[in-house]
Design a protein around this ligand. Structure first.
Ligand SMILES: Nc1ncnc2c1ncn2[C@@H]1O[C@H](COP(=O)(O)OP(=O)(O)OP(=O)(O)O)[C@@H](O)[C@H]1O
Ligand SMILES: [Mg+2]
Length: 355
């Protein structure tokens, strides 16, 4: 039985449907991300699960309990969940200890139990020596950890996160991503994480649910979404692929020859069976790292437009016929700007998408 089950969820603000019939499950102990561009309904979905927003239709179950259905809404504090927001909402006038103890005090737990549980939660987030400090005496990253400790101290059956790291600087955000995943693994708390940052979702999640315009467009492991995007939108949003518009010249089964503007022909593979087509327009999706120097299958002559040094690789903009594409080439023998080079890409790495 899934720990969270959302079925046909619809949320409307007046005439605007922010969520248009979304269904998904999260299994016990799983870390799942809701990913999508700004305004696609991620926060609204999360707030509905938390009980901070009412649904117009559909149902939500947490564990064995139906918490929202047919106009019935269980209040947030009775759902056995906790939420961590982008703004840490650490109370400045309370000590770190009291910030974390708050949820236990409202439950009237005995003070010895509170002491033990808060000590444990602070140890988990690495703030044991900060218990007496006030909220105002902490850095952003430390405040975020207090918010985390406060969320885990009551042992919720579900943790909800809404872009909790986006206020941190890049370095700290990177560290906190790993810390958060590590913490979630150790505690095994079922987690639903909202982000519009695809690399964050890829790095942290067991599974990603991709949303667009209030609808769920694809769900799968980070690998699934990267390797087999089900739409042009998914290919662009996850991993920022080169998308080249072309026409199918001929096709056989999963494979097809595609003509790009400027006359270049490439062999590619349909990413999904239901994308197979014999003729018509097609988008060829090529990851920057799938393009290799030298000749081979799908060889192309490319003019090098820009070269940026990234360390182990160089990121290049290549002009191929009328198309431009981004390629990551080895940095050992980097091409120079203006040079004409031969590159190739394996047919399996040219994903053909017809929707
Ligand atoms: N209280 C509200 N009243 C009216 N419309 C709202 C309200 N809250 C959100 N919306 C609308 O609902 C849609 C979904 O908003 P939501 O906050 O869920 O997006 P999001 O995916 O979390 O975006 P972001 O990445 O920018 O946080 C948007 O079009 C938004 O304008
Ligand atoms: Mg949001």
């Amino acid at each position: 039985m899934p720990q969270l089950s959302v079925k046909d969820l619809v949320v409307a603000y007046g005439n605007v449907q922010a969520v248009k019939g979304v269904s998904f499950d999260v299994e016990e102990g799983e870390f799942v991300s809701l990913l999508g561009p700004s305004g696609c309904g991620k926060t609204t979905t999360l707030r509905c699960i938390a009980g901070l927003e009412s649904s117009s239709a559909g149902s939500i179950s947490i564990g064995k309990d139906i918490v929202a259905a047919d106009g019935m809404d269980v209040p947030p504090e009775k759902r056995g969940i906790n939420m961590v927001f982008q703004s840490y909402a650490v109370w400045p006038h309370m000590s770190v200890f009291e910030n974390v103890a708050y949820g236990l005090r409202t439950r009237r737990e005995p003070s010895a139990t509170i002491q033990t549980k808060v000590d444990e939660a602070l140890a988990v987030v690495g703030l044991s020596t900060f218990a007496a400090r006030f909220g105002t005496e902490l850095s952003g990253g430390q405040q975020q950890r207090v918010a985390l400790a406060r969320a885990i101290v009551t042992s919720p059956r579900l943790l909800l996160f809404d872009e909790p790291l986006s206020n941190l600087d890049a370095g700290l955000r990177d560290r906190m991503r790993f810390e958060l995943v590590d913490l979630q693994r150790r505690l095994g708390t079922t987690s639903l994480y909202v982000t519009h940052d695809q690399s964050e979702a890829m790095l942290m999640s067991d599974r990603i649910i991709l949303m667009k315009d209030g609808e769920m467009v694809q769900s799968g492991t980070p690998r699934d979404l990267y390797d087999r995007p089900a739409s042009r939108f998914a290919a662009e949003f996850v991993g920022n692929a080169n998308i080249l518009d072309g026409e199918i010249v001929r096709s056989s089964g999963d494979s097809a020859m595609v003509r790009l503007p400027g006359g270049i022909e490439l062999e590619g593979m349909f990413t999904w069976q239901d994308h197979r087509q014999v003729t018509g327009p097609v988008a060829a999706c090529i990851r920057a790292e799938a393009i290799s120097p030298g000749s081979g299958p799908n060889a192309m002559i490319a003019e090098v437009k820009t070269v940026s040094f990234l360390g182990p690789t160089v990121s290049c903009i290549l002009q191929v016929g009328h198309a431009t594409m981004r390629a990551e080439l080895p940095a050992r023998q980097p091409p120079t700007v203006g040079e004409k080079i031969t590159v190739h890409v394996a047919p399996e790495a040219v994903g053909l998408i017809t929707r």
